[in-house]
Design a protein around this ligand. Structure first.
Ligand SMILES: Cc1cc2nc3c(=O)[nH]c(=O)nc-3n(C[C@H](O)[C@H](O)[C@H](O)COP(=O)(O)OP(=O)(O)OC[C@H]3O[C@@H](n4cnc5c(N)ncnc54)[C@H](O)[C@@H]3O)c2cc1C
Length: 289
């Protein structure tokens, strides 16, 4: 079940640029889609990778913030031209980002992180909580055979089915559901207050989906308790599962070790791994939640 993750692409191909904002639009409650003109980064990015974003010419906030690559936008020549990020306003940086307008500049470096491994599966089941849907739009495109990402573009065996189980506090926070449905992803929604879809936890949607098609691979991103619960379900059902961790980090380049996460190997030995360069994607069974 254990899949080895590559580490070669984690920071060595990253570039740092001051880029221009093309769009910054509200798509759900406190949630925005930011389109950045950065063809070099867009061309390289793999599903599950992220970029660091920082406001230029100011020292507060001092550090950049990690945001997952949500989508790659092609220009008129059909070549990658821009990168879409989707962010939830939670604090200082995301609050400032929400006020930025087309034409404003941002410092961006990336692509960073390992991204999801391109393992073949019949059924890709993506489990997202909160703002955890963001690394999955590109992954869905890959597994549906709609698009290849990376430079050179990586090839992934097409899945028969791609499902998104997506949980949010209320229906107002659901962001990008139509983006997934347009691709042909089956979307099952859960909300804490029952305002859309299943009234309850997103993890309660996993088993009914898997019962219908047993050969699934689970990928998961969201709040830690939800990832822990998903990892437990996957272990019980003996399904491969990767989690994309959202550990706060300072630089994204592997230097400061502020984003370490405790992992265990099969013999029970533990160690620390840096989420920025050895993650953010880990085999769920390795993570000591
Ligand atoms: C690899 C990776 C990819 C990410 N992708 C996305 C994405 O696509 N969209 C998105 O909206 N967010 C994403 N995040 C989380 C995002 O980086 C944080 O929400 C952001 O840094 C908050 O910055 P801020 O200055 O607005 O908040 P701050 O002012 O720094 O913090 C505000 C509050 O949020 C808490 N907080 C900050 N960062 C995190 C975190 N990572 N997890 C939990 N709580 C946190 C702080 O403790 C504080 O209470 C990702 C994180 C990682 C590590």
């Amino acid at each position: 079940m254990t899949e080895k993750h590559h580490c070669t692409c984690c920071a060595d191909r990253a570039r740092r640029q001051t880029v221009s904002i093309r769009q910054n639009v509200r798509i759900a409650r406190d949630t925005y889609r930011l389109r950045l003109v950065c063809p070099e980064i867009a061309r390289q990015v793999l599903p599950g990778q992220f970029v660091m974003v920082r406001l230029p010419n100011r020292t507060d906030p001092l550090l950049g913030r990690p945001l997952a690559a949500y989508d790659v936008v092609s220009g008129p020549d059909d070549q990658p031209e821009a990168l879409d990020l989707v962010y939830l306003v939670v604090g200082k940086m995301t609050g400032l980002l929400a006020a930025m307008e087309p034409g404003h500049a941002l410092d961006v470096w990336g692509p960073l992180g390992n991204g999801f491994p391109p393992s073949a599966t019949e059924h890709l089941l993506m489990v997202a909580g909160g703002i955890g849907q963001t690394p999955f739009l590109t992954l869905a495109q890959e597994y549906l055979g709609l698009r290849a990402f990376g430079d050179p573009p990586r090839q992934v065996s097409r899945a028969d089915k791609v499902t998104l189980c997506y949980g949010a506090r209320t229906k107002e926070y659901l962001a990008g559901v139509d983006d997934f449905r347009r691709l042909g992803v089956e979307v099952n929604v859960a909300t804490d207050d029952g305002s859309a879809g299943h009234h309850g936890l997103v993890t309660e949607l996993i088993e009914p989906v898997v019962e219908e098609s047993p050969g699934a691979r689970i990928v998961c991103c969201g709040p830690e308790p939800m990832m822990r619960a998903t990892a437990k379900i996957a272990r019980r059902l003996e399904l491969p599962c990767q989690v994309s961790l959202a550990t706060p980090m300072a630089g994204g380049m592997g230097i400061c070790f502020s984003c370490v996460v405790k992992v265990r190997d099969a013999s029970g030995n533990w160690d620390y791994r840096r989420t920025c360069v050895e993650g953010p994607v880990f085999n769920a069974e390795e993570v000591d939640f």
